[in-house]
Design a protein around this ligand. Structure first.
Ligand code: SF4
Ligand code: SF4
Length: 124
């Protein structure tokens, strides 16, 4: 989807009632990408049997903190559900104000925190 190239990845934030379902093939793809075992990938990346861990703001652990676009740090090895979304339909995140209203503040806060931390660590 062309819009994805210019989008900060709204779909990479966990919302109440939504879940990113990860299967054994997804785990194996990531394990190969990082040159680790499937078991190690599960231990490092999975919150439970079915889904990835998320950061404090609910964003996927693989989403870059310091960028506005092209934020998936495992893009080549991203899970099937990420590849398929939004399933040849218009992206709901770009169409629904309620979704944007929930995610945009989290996105801005996450980026702001990152840049503040970075600027303090560079100017002690
Ligand atoms: S699917 Fe929608 S929310 Fe996700 S990156 Fe593409 S345009 Fe953005
Ligand atoms: S793996 Fe990449 S595309 Fe999928 S939710 Fe995480 S950051 Fe987004």
């Amino acid at each position: 989807m062309n819009y994805c190239n210019y989008c900060p990845g709204y779909c990479c934030y966990r919302l109440k009632g939504s879940v990113l379902l990860i299967d054994a093939e997804d785990i194996n793809r990531l394990a190969r990408y990082f040159s680790i075992t499937d078991g190690e990938a599960r231990k490092r990346f999975m919150e439970n049997r079915h889904t990835f861990k998320v950061k404090d703001d609910g964003s996927c652990i693989f989403q870059a903190r310091d960028k506005m676009i092209k934020r998936c740090t495992v893009h080549e090895a991203r899970p099937r559900q990420c590849r398929m979304f939004p399933y040849n339909s218009p992206c709901p995140y770009l169409e629904r104000e309620d979704l944007l209203a929930e995610i945009q503040p989290r996105l801005e806060a996450g980026l702001k925190n990152h840049w503040l931390k970075k600027s303090f660590s560079q100017n002690p």
